[in-house]
Design a protein around this ligand. Structure first.
Ligand SMILES: [Fe+2]
Length: 288
């Protein structure tokens, strides 16, 4: 086909997908091309803006490494992550709701025994966490893997502190005991801005958006026979609960981080019960 113009190019590109062996890939690519071309036509994209877009995506990729995932951050701030979660994670009544995974999980977090102090020197007010993992009938889920990670009181994850090298802190992986419970100590998380030193942060600033997330702790809970749960617990009263830069707050995930003691003896206490949905629940297709 020759003499392509702005009106027939979309059909011409989609027509080239004809030999795809993966029907789902063909479906996704057809829609992607249609919407992408529609977007380019709608904004009347200039060649200069095309160059800027290529530069932005290139910089986003170059910002990624084993410790930083700028593309997840881009997806998060554009609401794509949360849109995907809400479409795929409709759970039965009573099951704990899911939210975004975020860019700060690592695969090599230390495996800890219940009762461990995962702070490992992270700055912050001590926090005692007592979790329970149950099924929809309230029965304990024994041996569930509870992977948790969080920022410290300066709003930084360990992977954002180059001075720590490969040292992991304020994160850990636990197994629930015979009562379906896990206890650990950590530090009280504080609100933090997502990284603003990369292309996604520049995009936020250029579009007049603040970069803050309300204080939270991340959890990924997995157990045989249950849908994997990726979620957070947010700090009740946080100023950013209604303007989370990644749109991840759900009312059911806001918890009380109760203050106990005063002065130097001040601690906080968090108790929460996670309710897992069975693996066969609709939309439970997150990778295990
Ligand atoms: Fe986070």
């Amino acid at each position: 086909m020759r003499n392509i113009d702005e009106h027939n190019i979309t059909d011409a590109v989609i027509a080239r997908l004809g030999d795809g062996r993966d029907a789902r890939l063909t479906e996704v690519m057809t829609a992607l091309i249609r919407h992408l071309h529609g977007f380019v036509r709608e904004v009347r994209l200039t060649e200069r803006e095309w160059e800027q877009a290529i530069g932005f995506l290139t910089a986003t990729g170059q910002q990624c490494d084993a410790r930083r995932q700028e593309f997840i951050l881009l997806s998060d701030v554009l609401g794509v992550s949360m849109l995907t979660v809400t479409m795929n994670q409709s759970r039965p009544e009573g099951a704990t709701e899911a939210t975004v995974f975020g860019p700060f999980h690592v695969d090599d977090a230390p495996h800890c025994a219940s009762g461990a102090d995962i702070a490992q020197g992270a700055p912050g007010t001590p926090l005692d966490v007592h979790l329970e993992v149950v099924d929809l009938q309230g029965r304990p889920v024994v041996g569930a893997e509870v992977d948790t990670w969080q920022a410290d009181e300066e709003g930084l994850y360990d992977v954002q502190r180059p001075e720590l090298g490969d040292t992991r802190r304020a994160r850990g992986v636990f197994l629930t005991d015979a009562k379906g419970q896990v206890r650990f100590s950590s530090v009280l998380p504080m609100p933090y801005p997502v990284p603003t030193d990369g292309p996604v942060g520049q995009l936020l600033l250029a579009t007049g958006r603040h970069p803050w997330r309300p204080a939270h702790i991340h959890f990924r809970i997995r157990a045989p026979g249950f849908a994997p749960l990726i979620t957070h617990l947010f700090h009740e009263g946080d100023a950013y609960l209604d303007s989370d830069v990644v749109f991840g707050v759900r009312s059911s995930l806001v918890a009380e981080f109760e203050r106990v003691g005063h002065g130097d003896a001040a601690r906080h206490r968090l108790r929460h019960r996670f309710v897992l949905a069975p693996a066969q629940a609709p939309g439970s297709d997150l990778p295990a």
